[in-house]
Design a protein around this ligand. Structure first.
Ligand code: ADP
Length: 464
C-alpha cells in the first residue's frame, strides 16, 4: 500500500527529531550528572582538608596541648556529615577518636551512608577510605589525623533530591521538546505536501480536460512555487492548444465545404443531364478540386513546419539570388495581370534553410501578386547589414484594414476583402511564412493601408 507524502514526511521528521532529542537528552543528563558527581567529589575532598586544618588550629603550641572540648564538638559535627576523625599527637598517641567516643553512632552513620549509596548507586562500588594527614604548624609536626569518608563520593538526602529533580526537569524538557518538534515536523510536512497533493489533484483534473482550473497558492518555497507555475502554465497552454485544435477543425471543415459542395453540385447537375459536360464546366470542377488539393497541401506544410522537430538544413543562402529565382517562377502570373516586379538591393548572405526560405518569399510574392490590381507594381528590396538581412516587399494592391493587421498571420484568417475577391487562398500562407521566419530567429511585420497597398518586412539574423 502506498503511503501519503505528508505521512512519510511527518514520520521522517518525527524520527529524526526523536533521535536528535534522545541523543541530546542522554548526553546532557550524563554530562550534568557526571559534572555534579565530580563537583561533590571535590567538595568532599576539600571538606576533608578543611577538617584537617581545623584540627591543626586547636593545638596550643605554647602548652603543647589540644583543645579537647572544641575538638569533640568539631568531631561530632563532622561525624554527622559522614566524616570519621581520628586525631593523634606527634608520638602517635590517640588524642580523640570518633569511634572510641561513640562507636554506635559511628557505625550507624557509616551503615546509613553505605546502604543509601549501594541502594541508589550500586554501580559506584564505593567504600569508606581514610586519608592520612600530617598536621604541622610553622613547619613543625604537631600530630596526625585520619579522616575517613565514603569514597569516591556520597550523596546526602539533599544531593539525591537535587539529582532526581534535575533528571525530572531534563525529562520534562525532553518530552516537551519531542512534542513541540513532532508538531512542528507535522506542520512543516504539511506545508510541503499540501501544494504537491493539490498539484496532483489539479493535474488529474487537467488530464480529464478541465483546463480552466488554476492553482492559487502563496507558497514561499522556490521549487514548489515553480511547480505551481508550471502546472498553471501547462493548464493554460493545453487550453490554448484545445482552442486551436477546435478552431482548426472547424476552419478546415469550413474551407473545404465550399469547393466540395461546388464540385458535387456541378457533377450532380451533369449526371442528371441538367448540365452539358462542357469543357468550361469541367474546368470549374478541376479548379475546385485544385483548391481542395492546395488547402490539403498547405495544411500538410503547416503541420510539418509547426511540428516540434522542424529541422533546418542551414547553409549560406544569398537572398538576392533566391528572390530572383522565386520571381522567375511567377513570370506567367505577372504577365497575366500585367504586373511589374522590381528586385532591388545587393546580395545578402545568411545562414538558412534554402527550401524553407524559398517558401517564405514564394508566399509573400504570391500574396503581393494576388492582392495587386491589374497593371500594379511590386517592389522587393534586400538590405544587408553586418548582422541582419532585411527583405521587404511592397505592393499597391487592396491593402489590409488596421484591425486585420495582427490577425493575418493566424491560420485560416482572411480579410473580408480578400474573401470577396475569391483569390483562392486558404489563409495559411502567412502562418507558414511566419513559422519559418521565427524558426530562423527572425521577425516578420506588416504595414498597410486599406486601398493603398501593403509592405511586409522580414528581418533575419545572418548567423544564429
Ligand atoms: P491567403 O492564402 O488567403 O493569401 P495568407 O495567410 O497568405 O492566406 O494571407 C492571409 C490574409 O492576409 C489574406 O487572405 C489577405 O486577406 C491578407 N493579405 C496577405 N497578404 C496581403 C497583401 N499583400 N495585400 C493585401 N492583403 C493581404
Amino acid at each position: 500500500m502506498k503511503q501519503k507524502l505528508s505521512t512519510q514526511l511527518s514520520l521522517g521528521f518525527a524520527l529524526i527529531v526523536l533521535i536528535t532529542i534522545a541523543v541530546i537528552s542522554l548526553a546532557a543528563t550524563l554530562l550534568i550528572n557526571r559534572q555534579f558527581e565530580k563537583y561533590i567529589e571535590n567538595q568532599q575532598r576539600d571538606f576533608s582538608d578543611e577538617l584537617a586544618r581545623g584540627l591543626t588550629d586547636q593545638y596550643d603550641s605554647i602548652t603543647g596541648t589540644w583543645n579537647l572540648d572544641y575538638i569533640h564538638g568539631f568531631g561530632m559535627y563532622a561525624l554527622n556529615d559522614g566524616y570519621i576523625i581520628k586525631l593523634y599527637d606527634k608520638n602517635n598517641q590517640t588524642v580523640w577518636d570518633a569511634q572510641n567516643h561513640d562507636m554506635t553512632l559511628c557505625h550507624q552513620i557509616m551503615n546509613d551512608i553505605s546502604l543509601r549509596m549501594e541502594e541508589q548507586m550500586p554501580e559506584l562500588d564505593g567504600d569508606f577510605v581514610s586519608i592520612h594527614y600530617e598536621l604541622k604548624r610553622s613547619d613543625s609536626l604537631i600530630g596526625y589525623a585520619d579522616i575517613s569518608y565514603y569514597s569516591p563520593y556520597y550523596f546526602d538526602e539533599n544531593d539525591f533530591h537535587f539529582v532526581q529533580s534535575l533528571n525530572k526537569i531534563l525529562l520534562v524538557i525532553g518530552i516537551s521538546a519531542t512534542f513541540g518538534a513532532v508538531i512542528a515536523g507535522i506542520l512543516l510536512a504539511r506545508r510541503i505536501a499540501d501544494p504537491i497533493t493539490r498539484a496532483t489533484d489539479i493535474v488529474h483534473d487537467i488530464s480529464e480536460g478541465n483546463y480552466e482550473i488554476q492553482f492559487e497558492s502563496k507558497v514561499k518555497t522556490k521549487e514548489l512555487h515553480e511547480l505551481i507555475q508550471s502546472v498553471n502554465h501547462m493548464a493554460s497552454s493545453l487550453k490554448e492548444q484545445e482552442i486551436l485544435r477546435k478552431r482548426l477543425t472547424s476552419d478546415v471543415a469550413h474551407e473545404l465545404r465550399t469547393p466540395i459542395t461546388n464540385v458535387s453540385s456541378y457533377l450532380e447537375a451533369i449526371m442528371e443531364g441538367i448540365w452539358e459536360p462542357t469543357s468550361e464546366r469541367l474546368q470549374s470542377c478541376y479548379y475546385e478540386l485544385e483548391r481542395i488539393s492546395d488547402i490539403v497541401s498547405d495544411l500538410e506544410k503547416l503541420r510539418q513546419i509547426e511540428s516540434e522537430n522542424l529541422k533546418l538544413n542551414k547553409k549560406p543562402v544569398d537572398l538576392l539570388q533566391l528572390t530572383k529565382e522565386v520571381c522567375a517562377s511567377f513570370e506567367a502570373k505577372f504577365d497575366q495581370k500585367h504586373l511589374t516586379c522590381l528586385v532591388e538591393g545587393k546580395s545578402s548572405i545568411m545562414s538558412g534553410d534554402r527550401k524553407r526560405l524559398y517558401q517564405v518569399f514564394y508566399n509573400l510574392i504570391s500574396n503581393a501578386a494576388k492582392y495587386s490590381s491589374e497593371g500594379g507594381k511590386i517592389l522587393i528590396q534586400i538590405e544587408d547589414s553586418p548582422t541582419n538581412s532585411i527583405w521587404t516587399i511592397e505592393d499597391h494592391g487592396i491593402g489590409i484594414a488596421q484591425n486585420d493587421l495582427q490577425l493575418i498571420f493566424e491560420r485560416f484568417y482572411r480579410t473580408d476583402r480578400s474573401r470577396n475577391r475569391k483569390t483562392g487562398g486558404a489563409g495559411i500562407g502567412l502562418t507558414i511564412a511566419k513559422a519559418i521566419v521565427l524558426s530562423h530567429g527572425g521577425t516578420i511585420d506588416v504595414e498597410s493601408q486599406e486601398g493603398c497597398g501593403s509592405k511586409f518586412t522580414v528581418v533575419f539574423p545572418k548567423y544564429l
